[in-house]
Design a protein around this ligand. Structure first.
Ligand SMILES: [Cu+2]
Length: 118
């Protein structure tokens, strides 16, 4: 009985490991959080990554898909945290789309959204 359990556990671990080591974890934390509803425009948009990466693209879009220009948001020096300063945002939902490059050259991208309440 014990051996059987051990075999199953070993198999499960072996099956899990390739998924864990395949690819890169995306983003650890964002501020505002994904799907956050805010009462006021955020002063900063911050992304925290699990590993240092180059942030090659950072786009803020309003709900019509129009780009809202931000200050910062990119870094060609690998970093674990990136900040962007948006202009004062009015009510609506905003999408943040970013792209990066890991230290081994793999492209990573992600997106999240937040809403400014009416
Ligand atoms: Cu990689």
């Amino acid at each position: 009985m014990f051996n059987k359990t051990l075999i199953i556990v070993t198999f499960l671990i072996a099956a899990a490991v390739p998924t864990l080591s395949f690819g890169h974890a995306k983003v650890l934390k964002t501020s505002p959080a994904n799907e956050a509803v805010l009462q006021t425009s955020p002063e900063k948009i911050t992304l925290t990554f699990p590993e240092a990466l180059k942030v090659t693209s950072f786009k803020l879009e309003n709900e019509n898909g129009d780009e809202v220009s931000v200050e910062g948001g990119k870094s060609l020096t690998p970093t674990k945290e990136i900040n962007a300063t948006p202009p004062e945002l009015h009510k609506g939902t905003y999408n943040v789309k970013w792209r990066g490059l890991s230290s081994d050259g793999h492209p990573i991208k992600g997106h999240f959204n937040f809403t400014i309440a009416p």
